[in-house]
Design a protein around this ligand. Structure first.
Ligand SMILES: *Cc1c(COP(=O)(O)O)cnc(C)c1O
Length: 458
């Protein structure tokens, strides 16, 4: 038994928690292309977003300020679980026999068990002070629905959630947790909306998708004055709220004696929010010439938005009701296979992540789900935390990097976000451990078919 004293966790006091969110946009050499009105294809103005979001969030969406103060009421909620710990993965490193140093920022300590409350809380707060009565939303794996239900409970808002059908059927405990926090949950596609009733006519839509659930939640918000919609990823303001992850990690890496910063940052990307949250503050340091990390997004091989999608204007939802966003997309009609990483099954990628990728500041790779679950098991058996299926993609990529370091003998410093725990995903682990899990690579023919649905924008 090695009894050397070594530090595992790098923690910050509540008084050291950052009090601003970071907006990457003004630090980029060019701004991301604007969202467009779905009908006219003209740049969408604040008025186009007003039926869906309160003005404070719309202004954050288009803000050119580098830093935005986090409201005191939001800081007070954040302090319930923030700052979150940064861990050094000593036992994982030993199991791999690597000279690399692996760090992970653990967001699973939040009330929802993921990074999602970092944006759910401010979104609920800004809606509350704007006089909104109810928020609608979609949820895939159930993490976002849980986070928004929790945030709405704190700010005394009603909350209605459309949960992707396949996940609703597979994950009763996530639904029950959302209901425990006081929200109402519907299986999507549902009979409650025009969009849902249309989708139900075609049996291929029965398992649902994030794009379909978004259409339903948006329809209800847009048709009621005192109801607004909340999105758990993709939009600029959501990514910005998540930068508290990276701002804390910067301070914690310094405490760990890694002031030069990581050599590689890897993170899983569904819509891109946890990865933007971790990596954008480090990208700021890189653009200022102070650090030089490689920044690498990791996505599922069966929903390869960055690695196989196209960069084009597309809808955020399947029915085509949202403004058009320029993003990496597989086509808004693309319904990914029901893999276990429900949170990564989205046809598009955040416009800001897509733009950063196009500028060459970010790399991307994809990983098949059995490799991810193998990584998840090794992580659980060394570090003691069962990761959600989504961050197992990041862990698989970190392991690949650590094994490369083993070959070259380099002491590569790797940083990743362990963005959620997998306590509600154990049936997915069971499927892997019983040998029932398969890797379904999406065929080029299927991708080509979905890409045809991307609208042509002059
Ligand atoms: C929602 C979710 C994701 C995917 O969303 P991003 O916006 O890409 O972060 C990944 N991991 C977990 C645990 C999630 O809840």
């Amino acid at each position: 038994m090695d009894e050397t004293i070594r530090q595992h966790k790098f923690v910050l006091d509540e008084s050291e928690m950052p009090t601003t969110w970071y907006n990457l946009v003004p630090d980029l050499p060019s701004p991301p292309p604007p969202a467009l009105h779905p009908g006219t294809h003209e740049p969408a103005g604040p008025a186009d977003f007003a039926p869906l979001f309160p003005m404070d969030l719309i202004l954050q969406e288009v803000s050119q300020e580098r830093y935005i103060d986090i409201p005191g009421a939001v800081l007070d909620v954040y302090r319930q679980w923030r700052p979150t710990p940064l861990f050094r993965a000593h036992r994982l490193e030993e199991a791999l026999g690597t000279p690399a140093r692996i760090y992970y920022k653990y967001e699973g300590v939040s009330p929802a068990g993921s990074h999602k409350p970092n944006t759910a809380v401010p979104q609920a707060y800004y809606n509350k002070i704007a006089g909104v009565k109810k928020l609608t939303t979609e949820t895939g794996a159930g993490q976002w629905g849980t986070a928004l239900a929790f945030a709405c409970a704190l700010f005394d808002l009603e909350c209605e959630v459309w949960q992707v059908g396949a996940s609703y059927d597979q994950k009763p405990y996530r639904r029950l947790m959302i209901e425990t926090f006081g929200a109402e949950v519907h299986r999507s596609p549902s009979e409650l909306t025009n969009a849902g009733r249309e989708f139900l006519k075609d049996p291929k839509n029965l398992p649902g998708s994030l794009g379909i659930a978004i259409s339903e939640a948006v329809e209800v918000a847009a048709s009621h004055d005192d109801v607004r919609y909340a999105l758990g990823s993709v939009l600029n303001h959501v990514l910005m709220h998540q930068t508290i992850i990276g701002e804390e990690a910067l301070l914690q890496m310094a405490k760990a004696g890694e002031s030069a910063g990581p050599d590689v940052i890897v993170g899983c990307t569904g819509g891109g929010s946890n990865f933007a949250g971790l990596s954008f503050p480090f990208l700021r340091e890189k653009l200022a010439g102070k650090m030089s990390p490689i920044i690498r997004a990791v996505e599922p091989a069966s929903c390869p938005t960055l690695t196989k999608g196209v960069y084009a204007y597309d809808f955020g939802d399947t029915a085509g009701m949202t403004p058009l966003m320029k993003m990496h997309t597989l086509g808004h009609d693309f319904i990914p296979d029901p893999i276990h990483s429900g949170g990564l099954r989205y046809h598009g990628m955040a416009p800001l992540i897509s733009h950063v990728y196009e500028l060459g500041f970010m790399e991307a790779m994809s990983v098949a789900q059995t490799e991810c679950f193998a990584a998840g098991l090794l992580f659980a058996r060394t570090e003691g935390i069962v990761p959600a299926p989504e961050p197992t993609h990041a862990i698989a990529a970190a392991i690949q990097e650590a094994l490369r370091a083993k070959e070259t003998g380099e002491e590569t410093v790797i940083l990743t976000a362990l963005c959620g725990h997998g306590h509600f995903d154990l049936t997915a682990y069971e499927s892997y451990m019983k040998g029932n899990m398969v890797d379904e690579d999406v065929t080029d023919a299927r991708l080509a078919e979905a890409l045809l649905t991307i609208p042509s924008v002059g």
